[in-house]
Design a protein around this ligand. Structure first.
Ligand SMILES: Cc1cc2nc3c(=O)[nH]c(=O)nc-3n(C[C@H](O)[C@H](O)[C@H](O)COP(=O)(O)O)c2cc1C
Length: 297
């Protein structure tokens, strides 16, 4: 739905917590997709700096992701209302309080959703588009597969729907379109981009991954996260089996994405989706986008 996003391609680079900073966003937006800035760990000044860094390098549309479990959403929202960006994507909560405020300053609102019920709620709020995200995805996930979710969401709402979860190349794009989606959101495939600021160790783990390399932690905490199996996930499941308290489980996982980003693949959470098995090498964003939309120039 390039008319909603005003991008050349109906492609969204999914927000990648602590990772999708200006360099990756600029590369995706320049390649014709919608780059999405993460705001995880950013205050107002940090967000301002990231937006400025994008704007100095491209005039193409980009988005800012608000992961609604973050404590400082009011601060970030106030900034985005005073300094509007083309698109805001929301996840892990309802943007009910601020959809119309953002639209009033010219910002399109795209909500990431895990079920038909939530899709209908967001459609009723008047969001501009939805991302239906299946549980194949990397990071925080729901319970439905992309195959089952996307077709039920597109049948249930009139809002443009982007499909997310398990999409790697043009085959995934065509499958999404066959299910009624107008485009796709891709996360895991972009983790393997040269422009993505994660450690070589994290990227090599993605290259080495197979179809069965991911596991899901956090069920017991009500916060399911898909990531690559590693010594940390072994320790997590062992602790869970031994009846560890939620506090102890949280303590194991706290700060673990940052560790993976910095290169500690033993104690870090290497968030990634099931499609990681297809990643064969690290390559430029432009090559990844080309594989998704080979017929577009
Ligand atoms: C490392 C990582 C971090 C993520 N962080 C976020 C986030 O902060 N906010 C969000 O809305 N989605 C986040 N996601 C989900 C992606 O934006 C995207 O929807 C998902 O990766 C799509 O499925 P795929 O991984 O199969 O491509 C993350 C995914 C990964 C792999």
């Amino acid at each position: 739905m390039t008319t909603v996003l005003k991008t050349r391609l109906p492609l969204i680079q999914g927000a990648l917590a602590q990772i999708s900073t200006a360099g990756l966003v600029v590369a995706v937006s320049k390649a014709g997709g919608l780059g999405v800035l993460t705001t995880t760990g950013l205050d107002e000044d940090g967000l301002a700096a990231q937006i400025a860094a994008v704007r100095t390098q491209t005039a193409a549309p980009f988005a800012v992701n608000l992961m609604l479990q973050q404590a400082n959403i009011p601060e970030l929202l106030a900034y985005l209302l005073a300094h509007p960006v083309p698109v805001v994507t929301t996840s892990a909560g309802s943007p009910k309080r601020f959809v119309t405020q953002l639209q009033a300053v010219g910002t399109q609102v795209v909500a990431v959703i895990p079920s038909v019920k939530v899709a209908q709620k967001m459609a009723a709020l008047g969001v501009d588009a939805l991302v239906a995200e299946g549980m194949e995805s990397g990071g925080h996930i729901g319970t439905l597969t992309t195959m089952a979710l996307v077709q039920q969401v597109t049948a249930a709402v009139d809002v443009p729907v982007f499909a997310a979860g398990g999409i790697y190349d043009v085959a995934g794009v065509r499958a999404a379109e066959a299910l009624g989606a107008v485009g796709v959101q891709v996360g895991t495939a972009f983790l393997a981009a040269e422009e993505t600021p994660i450690s070589p160790a994290y990227q090599q783990a993605l290259v080495a991954a197979s179809d069965t390399s991911t596991v899901v932690t956090g069920h017991a905490l009500g916060d399911a996260v898909r990531c690559l199996h590693n010594p940390l996930t072994d320790a997590y499941f062992a602790a869970e089996q031994q009846g560890a308290t939620p506090e102890d489980l949280h303590a194991l996982l706290d700060g673990s994405l940052a560790k993976a980003i910095a290169g500690d693949v033993t104690h870090g959470t290497l968030m990634a989706g099931q499609i990681a098995g297809r990643i064969a090498k690290i390559e430029p964003v432009a090559a990844i986008v080309q594989r998704l939309y080979p017929d577009e120039r």
